[in-house]
Write a protein that binds this ligand. Sequence first.
Ligand SMILES: O=C(O)c1cc(C(=O)O)c2c(n1)C(=O)C(=O)c1cc(C(=O)O)[nH]c1-2
Ligand SMILES: [Ca+2]
Length: 552
Amino acid sequence: QGIKSYAPVTQERLNNPEPANWLQYRRTYDGMNYSPLDKINTTNVKNMVPVWTFSTGVNEGHQAPPMVNNGVMFITTPQAQVIALDAKTGDLLWRYKRQLPEDLFQLHPTNRGVGMWQDMLFLATVDDFLVALDAKTGKELWAKPVGDYKKGHYLTLAPQVINGKIIVGTSGGEFGVRGYIVGYDAKTGNQLWRTYTVPAPGEPGSETWKGDDWKTGGGSAWMTGNYDPATNTAYWGIGNAAPWPGDAHPGDNLYTASVIALDPDTGKIKHHHQYHPNDSWDWDEVDPPILMDVTKDGKTIKALVHPGRNGYLWTLERTPEGISFVSGIPYVHQDVFASIDPKTGRPTYNEKTTPKVGKDVTFCPSLWGGKDWLSATYSPKTKLLYIPANDNICGRVVGEKKPHIEGQLWLGAELEKLDLSMKDKKVPAYMGELQAWDVSGGKKVWSYKFPTQLFASAMATAGDLVFVGGTSDRYFRAFNATNGELLWQHRTNSGISGGPTAFEVDGTQYIAVQSGWGVDAQRIQDSLAKLGIPGVSPDVPQGGVVWVFAVK
Ligand SMILES: O=C(O)c1cc(C(=O)O)c2c(n1)C(=O)C(=O)c1cc(C(=O)O)[nH]c1-2
Ligand SMILES: [Ca+2]
């Protein structure tokens, strides 16, 4: 066992990946989650069949995209496992499984993938270690503690790799951590820098916090950032403020619910844009914006495009000098923002839909947002952005004041009273919606609606297809990217919430995805089932399986 010939992952290959490969979480640094492969296309996708499957032996949410480097596939699973497979045959090459501490409580038992550099792989673990593996053998090279799981710090993201630096961000917004992003040296595992996402007194932005709130303010950073090599700038999304009700942490609370521009060499925050100040809804804006071109007043601008958890589709302009607001438009029903400042994009709020300590508040979209951490995808060919959205689902938060105890859940909300409800209190025409947007025109071009939730990353390909799972009926689907027609579907073992990938080996194109339902997809399912909506069952079978498809 082991891999005899392995193609080292260089910076050149990360900047310009071969079409056949999928070397990063969203394939390219711009975050488009797009594959230039087109052998599988709108004409022949109807003949797509499974060619192999692989059972991971683990339950819970399998959210990692199957990543492929010259015929070698790497997947990660919950419980800090990495599996290397022959991408063509499904043969097991090696398996790494970390021994997790017995007292580890996992609020989000998942992992979103590896980072690749030279002949090494990097895994960020739920017990809060960054682990380096030999890509050829799966042997552990080093393991470094990032924070302390006993204090509510944990890692679920795929590490970001830039010029031999491995960058990870902490989870823990629901434990009242003070969020941070950390850069490591790939070879030695030495920490190079650590940047807190909540400023300490005296640091820029500290004026947006009162008293000691900054110490427990949240701002976790639990999704891989994107990167602009032209300016050597990493763009990371920042999570919710803690605890949830905004009156428990007065002020704008930088840099929660923001995008920050980071220098990956030093960790210095160059710029930021806050989508919504004083977050009160658990609207982590951790999914980083897609770096793409947008037309504005007849001119092409370098944009940052982000379908927010707050239900608005944000377009920002990125320049070496900063980030500026271009537009913000709701893509799902949103009853929280009363107005948006046309110059700055700063929203004002409706009091009635803003959670507060001691208040029982219902707001739309729910705390899981118009879109949670799932990746949208942009096709430079159709020039459309595809958003896996949820509409018509609202949520309830009953705010409560509790002392912060390190390492303990600290929502600022009564756990038993967290609920979902339907807009207008009736069974809606749809909940999940795959939306296609002309971002420059600010128009929704087509959408495909599902009777219940949609909770999965989407991938567009040059075959003019959009692939997405995400429904509790366990289907994996392909849509015509131009008009939204459903062209193909296949039932899998469990529900899919991870991202699909496309790759090629020996001239054959494949589509891969992990099926394995769990984490918040299951929590939403349980809440929806309680509402007694016909056809909605909490019973979605679990168990992870890698599926690989090709055209017959
Ligand atoms: O604030 C945080 O640190 C944090 C971390 C995570 C995570 O690491 O998965 C999630 C969330 N928040 C969260 O709010 C959320 O809705 C969520 C869903 C999921 C999931 O895996 O489906 N993770 C997380
Ligand atoms: Ca959160």
